[in-house]
Ligand binder design. Structure first.
Ligand code: BTN
Length: 250
């Protein structure tokens, strides 16, 4: 695969950078799959309006641009497919044991190792621009760790040494690009089995916090063909396309 990867020193957010470039149809030099990585991201964004903290050299922060022919409605499940790609990349780099928490947190020992932020641009019918952003903790400093409000871990803690950053970034880009291509052709279906094999909350009792703030309690009954979470509640199995698992009792 041919990538058009730009590595910047510092920028607010690689997602914002690439989305601006794509929407304003700015043409970057070079051809190939467009990606941007940054040494120091000053305004990293997470899902649901949260901040994503990282410091100089302590993590990987990058985004990749993909132009889908399909409209956004087809793309539910994309973020789960991206999670599978990250697990594959970690395994290729010799980092075993990472798992997924719906919809797309990459976890190790119940602590967050990496996050994915997918942003879409397009109308209801036409093609969709997708910016897939990934932040992965490599070796968090105590000051960054102090700013993170949920249990976080890093690659250093898992393998006991600093990984080869360039090799890891290459694995991530290669695996994401092939997952995006496969998703474009076949949707989430081919990823479902692998996603489910890595699902940390499979069959567990959880509380799902919905986007409107209300909660649902139930037992995880898997994921649907569109990547939605299937939750067995007192009233039967229901499917949820948005929300956050706030508790995963082991
Ligand atoms: C989450 O878990 O909430 C998603 C975090 C995504 C962070 C990455 S870092 C690179 C890219 N640029 C951003 O501003 N966010 C994503």
């Amino acid at each position: 695969k041919n990538f058009n990867l730009e590595v910047l020193d510092t920028i607010d957010s690689t997602n914002s950078f690439l989305m601006k470039e794509a929407v304003n149809e700015v043409h970057s030099a070079g051809t190939g799959i467009r990606a941007v990585a940054v040494e120091l991201q000053t305004g990293g964004r997470g899902r649901r309006g949260r901040q994503w903290h990282s410091g100089l050299g302590d993590s990987l922060a990058f985004s990749l641009l993909w132009r889908f022919q399909q409209s956004a409605g087809f793309l539910s499940g994309l973020s789960l497919a991206a999670g599978v790609a990250i697990i594959r990349a970690l395994e290729s780099a010799g980092i075993e044991g990472a798992v997924l928490k719906w919809p797309n947190d990459v976890m190790f020992n119940f602590c967050k190792l990496a996050g994915i932020l997918i942003e879409l641009h397009g109308d209801m019918l036409g093609p969709t621009v997708a910016v897939v952003g990934v932040g992965m903790n490599l070796k968090l400093s105590p000051s960054i760790q102090g700013r993170i409000d949920q249990g976080a871990t890093d690659v250093f803690s898992i393998i006991g040494k600093m990984p080869d950053r360039n090799k890891l970034l290459a694995e991530l880009l290669i695996n994401l690009a092939s997952a995006l291509k496969e998703f474009e052709q076949k949707g989430f279906a081919p990823f479902k089995g692998e996603w489910s094999d890595h699902h940390v909350c499979a069959s567990k009792a959880v509380t799902l916090r919905l986007p409107d703030g209300s909660g649902r309690q139930g037992t995880v009954a898997g994921v649907g063909d569109d990547g939605s979470l299937l939750l067995r509640t007192s009233t039967g199995v229901r499917s949820y396309s948005g929300g956050e698992i706030t508790l995963c009792r082991m």
